[in-house]
Ligand binder design. Structure first.
Ligand code: FPP
Ligand code: MG
Length: 309
């Protein structure tokens, strides 16, 4: 068990690579870049609301995946950092909106009061909108030393990821499925591949594109990401049952309370864990042919099933 800044991480150490150190180093870079990305402007209240949620901590998994794949392709951290920040802006805005009374009506997120609890519903909606718009502006205006066609490709993928073909579509089906008892594994997988998987996939793929990946490498990394995305969600569903409010930084047991169909409700906890491990194994297989520089991606895949929050 190794302690990072935020949590205890149960990770097998290898002589040459420590995931705990890797995550911690990258998280420090991401936190600093996020803080620099958004200064307080006028009207102050909206910038404060945007910064409140953007800088509330979290694993920063999406930006770290983006930096990791850019480096894997021979690119630099600085080439990918504006996109890494944009991914976290989009993730944060989706959580602000997801927590609203009209959606999941949650009071806590990342161990702090949710945005609307602090700033009110009106400002929380606008803070989400502000972060979403700024994410695109940020990639377009702040990315340096990357050919423009790669930047345009990333912007187009980000757009598709947040829209009806991605997060928005997944969230709609998720809301429609609440309280229904006949949700099957196919519908569940549609919800999660859109609501959670799409942004994880774009995090992995956008870093690779910025770093100069070939089409075949993008496809392999997409499959890696789809597998870890689904495993991530299965573990999320398990943690909602097994972890405490303190461990999660949000209210545990919400899925049962909202009568949401989940993987444990379909398969039971043990089978869900097995399925998540199978997906992680498949994800790691997709990395065959990449050198040791893909070790962070291999270790992150494994971490997804052992994480405690
Ligand atoms: C958390 O899921 C929510 C998401 C992963 C995304 C939700 C998407 C939206 C609200 C659409 C946002 C709008 C745009 C334009 C992108 P959860 O409720 O299962 O997990 P939780 O327990 O962490 O809340
Ligand atoms: Mg929610």
């Amino acid at each position: 068990m190794v302690t990072t800044g935020e949590q205890a991480v149960d990770i097998k150490q290898t002589a040459s690579f420590s995931l705990a150190n890797y995550l911690q180093e990258k998280k420090v870079l991401v936190e600093s870049a996020l803080s620099d990305s958004l200064a307080i402007g006028k009207p102050e209240k909206i910038y404060e609301a945007m910064r409140y949620s953007l800088l509330a901590g979290g694993k920063r998994l999406r930006p770290i995946l983006c930096l990791a794949t850019c480096e894997l392709m021979g690119g630099t951290i600085s080439m990918a950092m504006p996109t890494a920040c944009a991914l976290e802006m989009i993730h944060t805005m989706s959580l602000i909106h997801d927590d609203l009374p009209a959606m999941d009506n949650d009071d806590y997120r990342r161990g702090k009061l949710t945005n609307h609890k602090v700033f009110g519903e009106d400002i929380a909606i606008l803070a989400g909108d502000g972060l979403l718009a700024y994410a695109f502006e940020y990639v377009a205006t702040q990315t340096r030393n990357v050919p423009p066609e790669r930047i345009i490709d990333v912007i187009a993928r980000l757009g598709r990821t947040v829209g009806a073909a991605g997060l928005v579509g997944g969230q709609v089906l998720d809301l429609e499925s609440e309280g229904k008892t006949d949700i099957n594994a196919q519908t569940l997988s549609f919800i999660h591949s859109h609501k959670t998987g799409a942004l994880l996939e774009t995090s992995v793929v956008s870093g690779a594109i910025l770093g100069g990946a070939k089409a075949e490498e993008v496809q392999r990394l997409s499959r890696y990401a789809q597998n870890i995305g689904l495993a991530f969600q299965i573990i999320d569903d398990i943690l909602d049952i097994t972890a405490t409010d303190e461990e999660l930084g949000k209210t545990a047991g919400k899925d049962l309370q909202a009568q949401k169909a989940t993987y444990p409700s379909l398969w039971g906890i043990e089978e869900s864990r097995k399925q998540a491990q199978n997906l992680v194994d498949s994800a790691i297989e997709e990395l065959q042919g990449f050198s040791d520089s893909a070790n962070p991606l291999r270790a992150i895949a494994q971490y997804i099933v052992t994480r405690k929050n």
